[in-house]
Design a protein around this ligand. Structure first.
Ligand SMILES: [Zn+2]
Length: 254
């Protein structure tokens, strides 16, 4: 069913949420746009103007590693202060109420954790851009640490002080393997839920796009909240093509 208007959609969503025991939200860029973080993949988005740096290029060239960090710090200056939006807060409230055992996200912005969800309960399919790791020994580095060295060396990417390996944001780049553990946790959550909420994702990026279908085939109800149509709208129990913040704000406790 495609909600004919926002109020009908919210009422139907409320009844599905009330009737569900285990809700698994799956979120994409759309939930963070009201926080000022653009959807890189959208038409006119950053990636249509400036191609992302593939993983093999990052490994192969110092210039690409320097460029990668230069772009990251430019982003930090623009979006580094972003705060959770109404969608994040609504999902965090359902989590606090014990309705949401865990959440799966394509986002790398850390805003679900910032809204109060335990990091262990946020499954990040594309990693996290708010910290960095050594690609060889997996040591964690904070962005401030990287930036101090980057600025002090006139824009050169620092290397791991423990092993000399390359340091990269903890994101999954194009051409980099999907994180196996995160994929398995996402699958477990999906197969364990009775309500799957796909929010702000165009559901076109595989393998992530397989989860709504997996949930539906396993007997869960499927709700899609997204501005634009998706290819799973036909099998969804409820589709709300409206603003995510407006759709989810009634679920934030007052
Ligand atoms: Zn290292």
């Amino acid at each position: 069913m495609i909600a004919p208007d926002l109020q009908t959609g919210i009422a139907r969503l409320r009844s599905l949420v009330d009737g569900a025991a285990r809700i698994v939200p799956f979120t994409g860029a759309g939930i963070s746009t009201e926080c000022g973080i653009p959807d890189f993949r959208s038409p006119g988005g950053i990636w249509t103007k400036m191609a992302p740096i593939p993983f093999d290029a990052f490994l192969a060239s110092r210039e690409m590693r320097d460029e990668s960090w230069r772009r990251r710090f430019a982003m930090q200056d623009q979006f580094g202060q972003a705060k959770p939006g109404r969608g994040h807060l609504a999902l965090a409230a359902l989590y606090t109420a014990g309705k949401v055992p865990g959440l799966v996200t394509q986002n790398i912005d850390n805003l679900h954790q910032a809204s109060g969800m335990a990091p262990d309960d946020v499954v990040e399919l594309h990693g996290n851009t708010t910290y960095a790791t050594c690609l060889d020994c997996a040591a964690r580095y904070e962005l401030d640490w990287v930036r101090q060295r980057f600025d002090a060396s006139a824009g050169r990417a620092p290397e791991c002080s423990g092993c000399g390996g390359y340091i990269k944001t903890a994101t999954i780049s194009f051409g980099q393997a999907m994180p196996e553990a995160a994929m398995q946790r996402a699958q477990r959550l999906t197969l364990g839920c009775d309500l799957f909420l796909a929010i702000g994702s165009s559901l076109v990026v595989w393998p992530a796009a397989g989860f709504p279908l997996m949930a539906k085939r396993n007997g869960a109800a499927l709700v899609i909240v997204n501005r634009d149509p998706t290819e799973f709208d036909e099998i969804a129990d409820l589709v709300i093509r409206d603003d995510i913040g407006a759709t989810l704000s009634p679920f934030i406790p007052h």
